[in-house]
Design a binder for this molecule. Structure first.
Ligand code: ATP
Length: 354
């Protein structure tokens, strides 16, 4: 079931929560809504669910206008950050709940419910916990049960609002991989809200980056990461070093440094972003953009992070593989030269076409 959002506006008093949002979620895809706190992700999810009404605009499910369809008729399943399991019911009864409260005429038989619940519990790999109570489960297990429960009623659309937000980092990581695999198996159209860029990039088919009630960019994770459409997206997706320069036709110049550009975006003052792993660290001044003194070295794990203080008071961050770091044999206090491998450039006048 596809979802189409057309020209959605939503205000709370004077505050504009959603500003002309247009978006299509393809049938069967797993889409992440990503953005900082307060950018409108949850409001958009609630409008898709029918828990919130837009001031104007439309929501279409499978091409049909569902803007005024009641939440109970939309056939959506929800999973929220805080496990909404019934504490006095077993895991089995929690998952069975949506089916067992159906009116008699449309309610499946006890055997059918049993088969279905056990199948779902197997799907989330927790069938051995059917008789346990929520209080006996870990946070991650509760979220998997919450997901099984939302799937029991065969929703046409699955909506997840920071489903792993309350879990610790390790469990979060395991669960997002698990969610990806589960989605590959069941293919229900899913919209997933998160403020965690790593989570969005790892789990989803496409990512929608939002800011201040607007969509900044929509695309496949790799596309968004490699070709961010604006300074906001570039900075939101990970650490960056910022430089000010000038674009003249096919080159970006920053001081004496010139970087060839593949596109010819025009001319003018520009901001350039370089991710720490795109800064090549060297002892040679050839072709360098910047030089500085190594202030800190963080060498835990396979990557080494250097903080380099430049003469003009800026601290640049460079990340390199441990092997390369060993070869360079850099010590704190030594001077190094930095050259960008890849640069994201935006004209300062706001024409982000580069
Ligand atoms: P978070 O990650 O913090 O949940 P979000 O991107 O999901 O953020 P929303 O929950 O959609 O953001 O909220 C967007 C803005 O709208 C926020 O500033 C919030 O305070 C405001 N807002 C949301 N719901 C209401 C409401 N019912 N009444 C008034 N303001 C609201």
């Amino acid at each position: 079931m596809s979802i189409e959002i057309r020209n959605i506006h939503k205000r709370f008093g004077d505050f504009v929560a959603l500003d002309n949002v247009n978006l299509t979620v393809e049938s069967g895809e797993l889409l992440a809504l990503l953005g900082p706190s307060g950018c409108g992700k949850t409001t958009l999810l609630r409008i898709i669910a029918g828990l919130e009404t837009p001031d104007s605009g439309q929501v279409l499910f499978g091409g049909e206008d569902a803007t005024h369809t009641h939440v109970s008729e939309r056939q959506v399943g929800f999973v929220f950050q805080h496990y909404a399991l019934f504490r006095h019911m077993t895991v089995f009864d929690n998952v069975a709940f949506g089916l067992s409260v159906r009116p008699r005429k449309v309610r499946p038989s006890k055997e059918e419910i049993r088969d279905k619940v056990m199948k779902l519990l197997k799907l989330v790999q927790l069938d051995w916990l059917a008789d346990a109570y929520p209080g006996q489960l870990s946070g991650g297990q509760r979220q998997r049960i919450a997901l099984a429960r939302s799937l029991a009623v065969e929703p046409k659309v699955l909506l997840l609002d920071e489903p792993f937000g309350a879990l610790d980092a390790k469990v979060r990581k395991d669960l997002r991989r698990w969610l990806r695999e589960l989605h590959d198996e069941i293919h229900v159209t899913s919209v997933f809200v998160t403020h965690d860029q790593e989570e969005a990039l790892e789990v989803s088919d496409r990512v929608v980056v939002m800011d201040h009630g607007r969509i900044e960019q929509v695309g496949a994770p790799d596309d968004i990461y490699e070709h961010p459409a604006s300074p906001f997206v570039t900075q939101f997706l990970g650490d960056v070093n910022l430089f000010h320069g000038r674009v003249d036709g096919s080159h970006l110049t920053i001081g004496d440094y010139a970087h060839p550009l593949t596109a010819t975006p025009g001319e003018g003052q520009a901001v350039a972003y370089v991710r720490p792993h795109d800064l090549i660290v060297s002892r040679s001044a050839d072709d360098a953009l910047a030089s500085g003194v190594v202030e800190h070295i963080h060498a835990v794990g396979p990557l080494v992070r250097l903080e380099v203080a430049t003469g003009d008071g800026q601290t640049l961050e460079a990340v390199l593989a441990k092997e390369a770091f060993r070869e360079l044999a850099i010590l704190p206090g030594e001077s190094v030269f930095l050259t960008p491998r890849k640069v994201s450039v935006f004209l300062a006048d706001g024409d982000y076409s580069i």
